[in-house]
Design a protein around this ligand. Structure first.
Ligand SMILES: *Cc1c(COP(=O)(O)O)cnc(C)c1O
Length: 367
């Protein structure tokens, strides 16, 4: 039986009645943009993350650029981030006119290396944008300490880390602002697009709220040039239902990750590590193999879907050639890019499926 990389239909079927009734409620209300549903989700999600304010927006990408803009990042400003992330992280910096400045990552955690961070700070640096990649928090204490010393803002890209914790505190609540995506395949996913900015800072919350709705604080009165980045009511209603299950789903992800790690030890694969400071929520279970492409093909031949997150680091993307960072500039990110493979992992997967994937890997890899 084929094993897909994710299976959103299984998740829907597991909570169908609640989701259907939430969607029906919105359809019957006739209020599709903004409004009570969105406010209700903002309330529960801010409480869940442990931040004072949540402003729901139309995507994770929008959350990132609206947060950057609300933090005053603009043309000419440099924002430090990691090279091995989804393009949206860098794109958001470019959207506000800033320049992404990359630093290499820690090979054990795949997240920003705080030791490398200090070496790229210049007079133009305004912010640090760490990415909690694959569900593992970046090492926030040294990052926050450096930010404080150089008077920089920290904005978290928590788009892959809903519910992850750094030293017991949920990510998204640690910097000046935290950005989430509710893209359908994320740990907390909408039935469409969605995102949110979390912050304790009232000024930032106000600005994001204004910018997401054409720069207005009341209808047809515009204080700033903004965007249409509102969250849809249907997405908010669905997300509020799903938030109730997030911890349970993350627990299942962690159990599957543990099972993979048990079954794959001794194969020679480099397995994911949970850093001592972290509560990892395994948005992705990423291994490294010296024969990655062959392994991926062998699994595909058995009907097992895998992914590569991501096949090209930011600075080697065609879109970012102007950064001028050539091959070899970030050796860790570049080396792992050649070897990483994401295995199927979602809460609704059965233990048997994890065992099947593991068995096929063991069959392929010579011990
Ligand atoms: C998904 C993701 C985003 C963008 O979120 P969208 O909702 O797809 O716009 C940004 N950063 C990272 C690390 C992501 O995984």
């Amino acid at each position: 039986m084929p094993i897909p990389f994710v299976d959103l239909k299984r998740q829907y079927l597991s909570i169908k009645e609640e989701v259907d009734s939430a969607v029906h409620r919105v359809l019957m209300s006739g209020n599709f943009a903004h409004g009570e549903e969105v406010e209700a989700f903002e309330e529960v999600f801010s409480r869940y993350i442990g931040a004072r304010y949540c402003v729901a927006v139309s995507s994770g990408t929008a959350a990132l650029y609206l947060a950057l803009m609300a933090c005053g990042i603009g043309p000419g400003d440099e924002v430090i981030t990691a090279p091995n992330t989804f393009i949206a992280t860098a794109e958001a910096i470019s959207t506000v006119g800033g320049r992404p400045v990359l630093v290499d990552v820690n090979p054990a955690s795949y997240t920003m290396d705080p030791l490398a961070l200090e070496t790229v700070i210049t007079r133009r640096t305004k912010a640090i944008l760490p990415v909690h990649l694959y569900g593992q928090p970046a090492d926030m204490d040294p990052i926050l300490e450096i930010a404080k010393r150089y008077h920089l803002l920290v904005i978290e890209d928590a788009c892959q880390a809903h519910g992850a914790k750094y030293k017991g505190r949920r990510v998204g609540s640690l910097g000046e602002a935290g950005c989430f995506s509710f893209y359908p395949t994320k740990n907390l996913g909408a039935c469409g697009e969605g995102g949110a900015v979390l912050t304790d800072n009232l000024e930032i919350a106000r600005k994001v709220r204004m910018l997401r709705d054409h720069g207005s604080d009341r209808k047809y009165y515009h204080k700033a040039v903004g965007f249409n980045c509102r969250m849809e009511a249907i997405q908010a209603a669905v997300l509020k239902v799903k938030l109730e299950y997030l911890d349970e789903w993350n627990t299942r992800r962690r159990q599957h990750a543990q099972l993979y790690s048990n079954l794959l030890s001794g194969t020679g694969l480099i397995l994911p590590l949970e850093m001592p400071y972290a509560y990892h929520v395994f948005h992705l279970y990423v291994v490294q193999s010296t024969c990655r492409d062959e392994l991926q093909q062998a699994l595909a031949d058995e009907g097992i879907a895998t992914g590569i997150h991501y096949p090209v680091p930011i600075y080697l993307q065609e879109a970012y050639q102007h950064l001028g960072d050539g091959r070899g500039k970030f050796p860790v990110a570049e080396r792992v890019t050649e070897h990483i493979l994401s295995l199927p992992l979602y809460p609704e997967m059965s233990d048997g499926e994890v065992q099947t994937v593991s068995r096929q890997i063991c069959k392929f890899l010579p011990h």
